[in-house]
Design a protein around this ligand. Sequence first.
Ligand code: TXA
Ligand code: MG
Length: 350
Amino acid sequence: MVSAHPPRTTDPVAAGAALRAGRLVGLPTETVYGLAADATSSEAVLAIFAAKQRPSTSPLIVHLADARDIETWATDIPDWARALAAACWPGPLTLVLTSNGHAAREVTAGGATVALRVPDHSLARAAIAASGTGVAAPSANRHGAVSPTRATHVIEAFDAETVACVLDGGPCHVGIESTIVDCTGETPVILRPGAIDIDMIARVTGYAVSTRLEHLPATRLDAAPTPAPGQARSHYAPRAEVRTCASTNDALELAAQLRTTGRRVALVLGDGPKPTGSPMAEDQVLLATSDAAEFARGLYESLRAADAAGAEVIIVVPPVGPGLAVATLDRITRAAAPRDADQSDASAPS
Ligand code: TXA
Ligand code: MG
């Protein structure tokens, strides 16, 4: 028997009722779609881990309807973390704070800290408000796969027994996951780069900000060779192998080379407009822009499109620069990383 996919809804009150009843709901946010459940219910949260096949050692972000709800979940909040919340919420910023124990222990993976954010999406906040609680929500993809940026991606990934409904809030306008800042030390530490960048965090807090990517130190694109064929499986990873190049010219050259060996290639270009005069590449270019925000918005969708088109290799030219370029480079580096190294790190985003 083919099981049905979850129904689509645009009614946040219905989504909130499902959450209150302990069910899983696909939740739109400005970054990526989340797979949400009542963050105070161990049973509901365990269903998230089961649905995603996510290791239980990886904690979840609790999404709040209103910044004032921070007090319900966290304690010993430094003034500079409050300043970040005031400046950036609702928005693509997650604050790691000392938990007061209100979140189910599965949310924090048994740890002493809790990650909180108020999403910049009115339907999401309406659904959370209607649920009467905060909702734990990882990205609504299976562990290690590409995060969803449209309701359809979530609907297709799960069945109706597992997910009560998917709240359709349209395509995500940021397109990559939130910036995560650890606020439990003396000064802010970025754990995952996102649309709220290091300069913004430094400006708001008045501190020098450090970065501790728990995962891969992806701050610049190495000219080093990309992973060997067949090895490129990782977090945020499509089915196809991901290779990186420093420029569109390099990408076209590599594409031509790969095609001579009969491999199907797709290109995702972050250093300028779609190249012309190269008939070989034109129809395989799934994204081409030098605007980092536009690149971030389209990145995951283009990785999905490459898989759907049956590409075997996706050649990506990451945008260069500060802000969102750093964040997209981080995701691309992970997508191109060998899967084994990646999965040994249970704290890595999923
Ligand atoms: O934009 C986002 O953040 C999206 C949308 C749905 O809000 N959510 C998301 O969730 O990306 P997820 O589960 O895919 O990534 C959550 C990340 C993981 O890397 C996890 O380790 C980290 O947040 N995290 C959660 N709680 C934490 C904590 N208490 N301390 C440190 N890291 C934490
Ligand atoms: Mg994720």
